[in-house]
Design a protein around this ligand. Structure first.
Ligand code: C5P
Length: 233
Protein backbone atom coordinates (compact mmCIF):
# COMPACT_ATOMS: atom_id res chain seq x y z
CA UNK A 1 0.00 0.00 0.00
CA UNK A 2 1.47 3.35 -1.08
CA UNK A 3 1.04 5.86 1.75
CA UNK A 4 1.98 9.15 0.07
CA UNK A 5 -0.43 10.59 -2.46
CA UNK A 6 1.30 10.67 -5.83
CA UNK A 7 0.48 14.27 -6.74
CA UNK A 8 2.51 14.24 -9.94
CA UNK A 9 0.87 11.16 -11.42
CA UNK A 10 -2.14 11.31 -13.74
CA UNK A 11 -3.72 7.93 -14.41
CA UNK A 12 -5.24 7.55 -17.88
CA UNK A 13 -8.59 5.81 -17.34
CA UNK A 14 -8.89 4.35 -20.84
CA UNK A 15 -11.50 1.57 -20.73
CA UNK A 16 -14.74 0.53 -22.43
CA UNK A 17 -16.10 -1.22 -19.37
CA UNK A 18 -18.12 0.79 -16.83
CA UNK A 19 -17.31 -1.46 -13.87
CA UNK A 20 -13.62 -1.31 -14.65
CA UNK A 21 -13.86 2.48 -14.81
CA UNK A 22 -15.47 2.65 -11.35
CA UNK A 23 -12.94 0.18 -9.97
CA UNK A 24 -10.04 2.26 -11.31
CA UNK A 25 -11.56 5.47 -9.89
CA UNK A 26 -11.80 3.82 -6.47
CA UNK A 27 -8.35 2.26 -6.67
CA UNK A 28 -6.33 5.13 -8.11
CA UNK A 29 -8.35 8.27 -7.26
CA UNK A 30 -7.38 8.48 -3.59
CA UNK A 31 -3.75 7.61 -4.38
CA UNK A 32 -2.79 9.97 -7.21
CA UNK A 33 -3.10 13.67 -7.89
CA UNK A 34 -4.97 13.42 -11.17
CA UNK A 35 -7.36 11.12 -13.03
CA UNK A 36 -7.43 11.55 -16.81
CA UNK A 37 -10.59 10.87 -18.79
CA UNK A 38 -10.83 10.98 -22.54
CA UNK A 39 -13.33 10.44 -25.34
CA UNK A 40 -13.77 6.72 -24.67
CA UNK A 41 -15.15 7.46 -21.23
CA UNK A 42 -16.92 10.74 -21.94
CA UNK A 43 -18.75 9.47 -25.02
CA UNK A 44 -19.99 6.37 -23.19
CA UNK A 45 -20.87 7.62 -19.73
CA UNK A 46 -20.72 11.40 -20.01
CA UNK A 47 -20.72 13.90 -17.20
CA UNK A 48 -21.55 11.30 -14.53
CA UNK A 49 -18.26 9.56 -15.19
CA UNK A 50 -16.35 12.83 -14.89
CA UNK A 51 -18.10 13.57 -11.60
CA UNK A 52 -17.31 10.07 -10.36
CA UNK A 53 -13.60 10.70 -10.97
CA UNK A 54 -13.80 14.10 -9.23
CA UNK A 55 -15.59 12.57 -6.22
CA UNK A 56 -12.46 10.52 -5.42
CA UNK A 57 -10.68 13.74 -4.47
CA UNK A 58 -8.30 13.66 -7.44
CA UNK A 59 -8.15 16.52 -9.93
CA UNK A 60 -9.79 15.69 -13.24
CA UNK A 61 -7.90 15.99 -16.52
CA UNK A 62 -10.34 16.11 -19.43
CA UNK A 63 -8.31 14.90 -22.39
CA UNK A 64 -10.58 15.59 -25.37
CA UNK A 65 -7.86 17.28 -27.43
CA UNK A 66 -10.07 20.00 -28.86
CA UNK A 67 -9.19 21.30 -32.32
CA UNK A 68 -11.80 23.48 -34.02
CA UNK A 69 -12.58 27.10 -34.83
CA UNK A 70 -11.95 29.45 -31.86
CA UNK A 71 -15.59 30.02 -30.87
CA UNK A 72 -16.38 26.29 -30.86
CA UNK A 73 -13.31 25.51 -28.76
CA UNK A 74 -14.16 28.35 -26.36
CA UNK A 75 -17.67 26.88 -25.99
CA UNK A 76 -16.25 23.45 -25.20
CA UNK A 77 -13.84 24.94 -22.67
CA UNK A 78 -16.76 26.76 -21.02
CA UNK A 79 -18.69 23.48 -20.72
CA UNK A 80 -15.65 21.74 -19.23
CA UNK A 81 -15.24 24.60 -16.78
CA UNK A 82 -18.82 24.14 -15.58
CA UNK A 83 -18.04 20.47 -14.98
CA UNK A 84 -15.23 21.44 -12.62
CA UNK A 85 -12.30 19.85 -14.42
CA UNK A 86 -8.79 21.08 -13.53
CA UNK A 87 -6.93 20.33 -16.79
CA UNK A 88 -8.06 20.07 -20.39
CA UNK A 89 -6.28 19.65 -23.71
CA UNK A 90 -6.40 21.48 -27.03
CA UNK A 91 -4.19 20.83 -30.05
CA UNK A 92 -1.37 23.40 -30.12
CA UNK A 93 -1.34 22.97 -33.91
CA UNK A 94 -4.83 24.54 -33.98
CA UNK A 95 -3.22 27.95 -34.26
CA UNK A 96 -2.75 31.03 -32.16
CA UNK A 97 -6.32 32.34 -32.25
CA UNK A 98 -7.79 28.99 -31.23
CA UNK A 99 -5.31 28.70 -28.34
CA UNK A 100 -6.00 32.25 -27.19
CA UNK A 101 -9.76 31.63 -27.24
CA UNK A 102 -9.31 28.49 -25.12
CA UNK A 103 -7.00 30.19 -22.61
CA UNK A 104 -9.24 33.24 -22.31
CA UNK A 105 -12.36 31.17 -21.67
CA UNK A 106 -10.51 28.99 -19.15
CA UNK A 107 -9.37 31.98 -17.08
CA UNK A 108 -7.97 30.92 -13.72
CA UNK A 109 -10.43 28.05 -13.32
CA UNK A 110 -9.02 25.48 -15.74
CA UNK A 111 -5.47 24.79 -16.91
CA UNK A 112 -5.37 24.57 -20.66
CA UNK A 113 -2.65 22.24 -21.97
CA UNK A 114 -1.54 22.44 -25.59
CA UNK A 115 -0.96 19.06 -27.22
CA UNK A 116 2.26 19.23 -29.22
CA UNK A 117 3.29 16.20 -31.27
CA UNK A 118 1.48 13.08 -30.11
CA UNK A 119 3.76 10.45 -28.64
CA UNK A 120 2.81 7.69 -31.09
CA UNK A 121 4.23 9.77 -33.98
CA UNK A 122 7.75 9.12 -35.18
CA UNK A 123 9.85 10.87 -37.83
CA UNK A 124 8.30 8.88 -40.71
CA UNK A 125 4.77 9.74 -39.54
CA UNK A 126 5.63 13.46 -39.58
CA UNK A 127 7.00 13.06 -43.09
CA UNK A 128 3.76 11.37 -44.17
CA UNK A 129 1.90 14.35 -42.73
CA UNK A 130 4.09 16.75 -44.69
CA UNK A 131 5.39 18.28 -41.49
CA UNK A 132 9.06 18.99 -42.19
CA UNK A 133 11.80 18.89 -39.60
CA UNK A 134 12.42 16.82 -36.51
CA UNK A 135 9.66 16.11 -34.00
CA UNK A 136 11.61 17.99 -31.32
CA UNK A 137 11.67 21.22 -33.36
CA UNK A 138 7.95 21.03 -34.03
CA UNK A 139 7.22 20.37 -30.38
CA UNK A 140 9.28 23.42 -29.40
CA UNK A 141 7.55 25.71 -31.86
CA UNK A 142 4.03 24.51 -30.99
CA UNK A 143 4.80 24.66 -27.26
CA UNK A 144 6.05 28.22 -27.73
CA UNK A 145 2.77 29.14 -29.46
CA UNK A 146 0.76 27.60 -26.64
CA UNK A 147 2.72 29.56 -24.05
CA UNK A 148 2.46 32.81 -25.99
CA UNK A 149 -1.31 32.32 -26.30
CA UNK A 150 -1.69 32.04 -22.52
CA UNK A 151 -2.00 28.28 -22.09
CA UNK A 152 -0.95 26.99 -18.67
CA UNK A 153 1.12 24.18 -20.10
CA UNK A 154 1.80 21.68 -22.83
CA UNK A 155 1.77 17.95 -23.37
CA UNK A 156 4.96 16.56 -24.86
CA UNK A 157 6.90 13.32 -25.00
CA UNK A 158 9.52 12.71 -22.33
CA UNK A 159 12.23 13.19 -24.93
CA UNK A 160 11.39 16.88 -25.35
CA UNK A 161 11.02 17.77 -21.68
CA UNK A 162 14.53 19.01 -20.99
CA UNK A 163 14.62 21.30 -24.03
CA UNK A 164 11.18 22.76 -23.31
CA UNK A 165 12.05 23.36 -19.68
CA UNK A 166 15.30 25.09 -20.67
CA UNK A 167 13.79 27.13 -23.51
CA UNK A 168 10.34 28.00 -22.17
CA UNK A 169 11.07 28.58 -18.49
CA UNK A 170 10.00 27.21 -15.13
CA UNK A 171 6.37 28.38 -15.16
CA UNK A 172 4.99 26.39 -18.07
CA UNK A 173 3.43 23.10 -16.92
CA UNK A 174 5.05 20.17 -18.70
CA UNK A 175 2.86 17.10 -18.89
CA UNK A 176 4.30 13.92 -20.29
CA UNK A 177 2.71 10.69 -21.46
CA UNK A 178 4.80 7.96 -23.08
CA UNK A 179 6.00 6.73 -19.68
CA UNK A 180 7.31 3.16 -19.58
CA UNK A 181 9.30 1.36 -16.90
CA UNK A 182 11.16 -0.73 -19.45
CA UNK A 183 12.02 1.61 -22.28
CA UNK A 184 13.77 -1.12 -24.29
CA UNK A 185 10.63 -3.24 -24.55
CA UNK A 186 7.65 -2.76 -26.90
CA UNK A 187 5.71 0.26 -25.66
CA UNK A 188 2.22 -0.45 -27.07
CA UNK A 189 1.60 2.31 -29.65
CA UNK A 190 3.94 4.83 -28.00
CA UNK A 191 7.19 5.69 -29.81
CA UNK A 192 8.91 8.40 -27.81
CA UNK A 193 9.10 6.99 -24.30
CA UNK A 194 11.09 7.30 -21.05
CA UNK A 195 11.03 5.92 -17.52
CA UNK A 196 9.16 7.80 -14.76
CA UNK A 197 12.35 8.94 -13.01
CA UNK A 198 14.00 10.07 -16.25
CA UNK A 199 10.89 12.10 -17.17
CA UNK A 200 10.72 13.72 -13.74
CA UNK A 201 14.42 14.52 -13.79
CA UNK A 202 14.02 16.07 -17.23
CA UNK A 203 11.49 18.55 -15.84
CA UNK A 204 8.01 16.98 -16.06
CA UNK A 205 5.41 18.41 -13.68
CA UNK A 206 2.91 15.64 -14.34
CA UNK A 207 3.35 12.12 -15.72
CA UNK A 208 0.43 10.56 -17.60
CA UNK A 209 0.44 6.81 -17.12
CA UNK A 210 -2.16 4.46 -18.54
CA UNK A 211 -1.51 0.87 -19.50
CA UNK A 212 1.66 0.28 -17.43
CA UNK A 213 -0.55 0.88 -14.39
CA UNK A 214 -4.08 -0.06 -15.43
CA UNK A 215 -3.06 -3.30 -17.20
CA UNK A 216 -0.51 -4.31 -14.58
CA UNK A 217 -0.89 -7.70 -12.94
CA UNK A 218 0.06 -5.96 -9.68
CA UNK A 219 -0.94 -2.27 -9.73
CA UNK A 220 0.16 -1.87 -6.11
CA UNK A 221 3.72 -2.75 -7.10
CA UNK A 222 3.60 -0.18 -9.91
CA UNK A 223 2.25 2.50 -7.53
CA UNK A 224 5.10 1.70 -5.16
CA UNK A 225 7.65 1.98 -7.99
CA UNK A 226 6.13 5.34 -8.96
CA UNK A 227 6.34 6.52 -5.35
CA UNK A 228 10.01 5.64 -5.34
CA UNK A 229 10.63 7.49 -8.61
CA UNK A 230 8.78 10.58 -7.31
CA UNK A 231 10.67 10.52 -4.00
CA UNK A 232 14.04 10.42 -5.75
CA UNK A 233 13.55 13.61 -7.70
O1 C5P B 1 -1.46 3.70 -21.82
P1 C5P B 1 -0.54 4.87 -21.99
O2 C5P B 1 0.38 5.09 -20.80
O3 C5P B 1 0.19 4.85 -23.30
O4 C5P B 1 -1.55 6.10 -22.00
C1 C5P B 1 -1.16 7.39 -22.37
C2 C5P B 1 -2.35 8.30 -22.31
O5 C5P B 1 -1.89 9.59 -22.63
C3 C5P B 1 -3.47 7.97 -23.29
O6 C5P B 1 -4.70 8.26 -22.64
C4 C5P B 1 -3.25 8.91 -24.45
O7 C5P B 1 -4.44 9.30 -25.06
C5 C5P B 1 -2.61 10.11 -23.75
N1 C5P B 1 -1.74 10.94 -24.57
C6 C5P B 1 -0.64 10.46 -25.25
N2 C5P B 1 0.14 11.30 -26.01
C7 C5P B 1 -0.13 12.60 -26.05
C8 C5P B 1 -1.24 13.09 -25.37
C9 C5P B 1 -2.02 12.24 -24.61
O8 C5P B 1 -0.35 9.27 -25.17
N3 C5P B 1 0.67 13.39 -26.72
Amino acid sequence: MTETKLERIAVALDTDDRDTYSRWCGLFGPRVGVLKVGPRVVLRWGRDAVREAAATGADVFLDMKFHDIPSTVAGAVGAAKELGVTYLTVHAGGGRRMLEAAAEEAGDDVRVLGITVLTHLGAEDLQDLDLPGAAGDRVLSWAGSAKAAGCAGVVCSPLELATLRARLGPELLLVSPGIRFDTSAAADDQRRVASPSAALRAGADLLVIGRPLTRAADPEAVLAALAEACAQV
